[in-house]
Design a protein around this ligand. Structure first.
Ligand SMILES: *Cc1c(COP(=O)(O)O)cnc(C)c1O
Length: 496
């Protein structure tokens, strides 16, 4: 199967090339030229397999230039001991008809692990085919969670190096500790004076600097990025929608063929887009419900057809969803409306910050997607309610989805079995979660709050977070945010 660019159907490349390059030269995103179909019998057979078996099957349909052995090695390496559940992505019942798909059982306790444990392995396998002998240097600017998940994913993966820049004033104490104590012989972490925008702007400059690229090339290296527009990050996410469905079939909660709904807390539209691919393949899914926080640009788009980024940006207690431009939406628009329209809308988005899709496109989108949003107060109230009524402790992102799930079910009368994608451990956002169930806290640092949350709920703090405060600091460098200083930091970290 080949991949084409959302902005130029003339660009056709193999899966390996798509994963190795990340983004198409003219700025489009790689999409599969056709979506492979799966039958109900095949889904029933998947239900008999473990998570790794399901992953090999689904990924094999998309990554057709990977051998079965290569895929098996990637899957075994990614989904193993680093996960705290042998089911990898377990499904837990929350209340009648509503289940939670826990995507936070990986090494950093956030759903980014599901993709970032896999991407480095897919990338080295792809590079072996299309860019032999080159060492890949992953450069990341992070506001917190992605950086840590990328570090864990690339840690000690052959022929890769990873350098993470984080804003000195922009990450929490736990996030900083997670990164500064990172293990692995191919990793480096550096703070940048300033905020996330400073870090991101600096990294983008280095990424596109021709002289730096030349120097890397002369040393047998090339930059690549681990961000969520890479097909190698999206494909692994399709797997867990099938896995959740299979688990529900296995436990008898549904019969194979029954249609279910999914609610997904959404930022960059990667997670919910993976659900769309699963549905197009033939997974019996009725509605895909997109949940947003107060940054409700997607709720507006999915209910009116107007995408408008010209709006106030809010900082919320579900920060991984604080986003105004959801890059992966471009892939959905391509599949529904084609590349001519995508080009037109993306150029309007760049020039006006706004576009409106045509009626036919909007009708097709509305058939598949529903949407809703909720503010911080409602998020906290939902954490308290779900914990109080059902004993289920949600993190802030999952709670946004749970709130949107409730209002969707109430307003639509749609009582189909529903799966909520849970994207982070409650212990990653301890302050807000503890406040929601135990009132405002005073004088406790993040580590003390985690201890208290464990004590109050009798739920154990995940091991990777618990052991953090006693781990040795490996990286405490901080550089200025001008290009010269960042460039020097990059060369120092690479020893070139
Ligand atoms: C990244 C992230 C999201 C958003 O996922 P997208 O694929 O960008 O839509 C939601 N919740 C958490 C905890 C995340 O880290």
């Amino acid at each position: 199967m080949n991949y084409i660019s959302t902005r130029d159907p003339g660009v056709r490349v193999s899966a390996s090339r798509a994963i190795s390059s990340g983004i198409s030269a003219e700025g489009g995103l790689f999409v599969p030229e056709s979506i492979p179909k799966i039958s109900l019998d095949e889904i029933a057979a998947l239900a008999e397999k473990d998570y790794q078996g399901r992953a090999r099957d689904i990924l094999g349909r998309f990554l057709t230039d990977f051998t079965a052995e290569e895929l098996a090695a990637c899957v075994e390496g990614a989904y193993g001991e680093g996960f705290s559940s042998k089911d990898i992505a377990p499904v837990v019942k929350m209340e009648n008809g509503v289940y939670v798909l826990e995507l936070f059982r990986g090494p950093t306790c956030a759903f980014k692990d599901m993709a970032l444990q896999m991407l480095p392995r897919l990338m080295t396998t792809a590079n072996f085919k299309v860019a032999k002998g080159i060492e890949t240097v992953i450069l990341v600017a992070t506001s917190g969670d992605t950086g840590k998940a990328a570090l864990e994913g690339f840690k000690d993966v052959e022929n890769t190096r990873i350098l993470v820049f984080y804003p000195s004033d922009g990450v929490s104490k736990v996030q900083k500790m997670q990164m500064c104590t990172q293990e692995g012989k191919n990793v480096a972490v550096c703070a940048i004076k300033g905020n996330f925008d400073d870090a991101q702007t600096g990294v983008k400059k280095i990424f596109t600097d021709k002289a730096i690229a030349e120097k890397l090339k002369a040393n047998g290296k090339a930059f690549s990025s681990a961000n969520s527009i890479n097909w190698g990050r999206l494909a692994p996410q399709i797997v867990y929608y099938f896995s959740a469905y299979c688990d529900l079939v296995k436990t008898g909660a549904i019969k194979c063929g029954d249609k279910i709904n999914f609610v997904v807390p959404t930022g960059n539209f990667g997670n919910i887009l993976a659900a769309y691919y699963a549905r197009e393949m033939g997974l019996p899914a009725a509605k895909l419900i997109c949940a947003s926080n107060k940054n409700s640009v997607l709720t507006e788009f999915l209910t009116t057809g107007v995408y408008n980024r010209n709006r106030q940006f809010y900082t919320t207690i579900s920060p991984s969803m604080d986003i105004l431009v959801s890059s992966n939406l471009e892939r959905l628009l391509y599949h529904i409306a084609g590349s001519e329209k995508v080009k037109e809308w993306m150029s309007l988005l760049a020039s006006e910050g706004r576009y409106k899709v045509d009626g036919e496109t909007f009708a097709k989108i509305s058939e598949i997607f529903a949407a809703g949003c909720c503010d911080d107060e409602k998020t906290k109230a939902t954490i308290a309610e779900k914990y109080g009524k059902y004993g289920y402790l949600c993190d802030t992102h999952t709670a946004v989805a749970a709130a949107v799930c409730d209002s969707y079910r109430k307003e639509s009368g749609d009582g189909a079995v529903t799966v909520i994608a849970s994207t982070a451990s409650p212990f990653k956002f301890t302050g807000s979660v503890l406040e929601a169930i135990d009132g405002p806290q005073e004088g406790l640092d993040e580590f003390e709050m985690a201890d208290k949350l464990a004590e109050v709920t009798n739920i154990e703090c995940p091991a990777p977070l618990k052991g953090l405060k006693d781990k040795p600091i490996r990286f405490n460098g901080c550089c200025g945010n001008d290009s010269a200083e960042m460039e020097k930091a990059v060369f120092d970290m690479l020893n070139i």
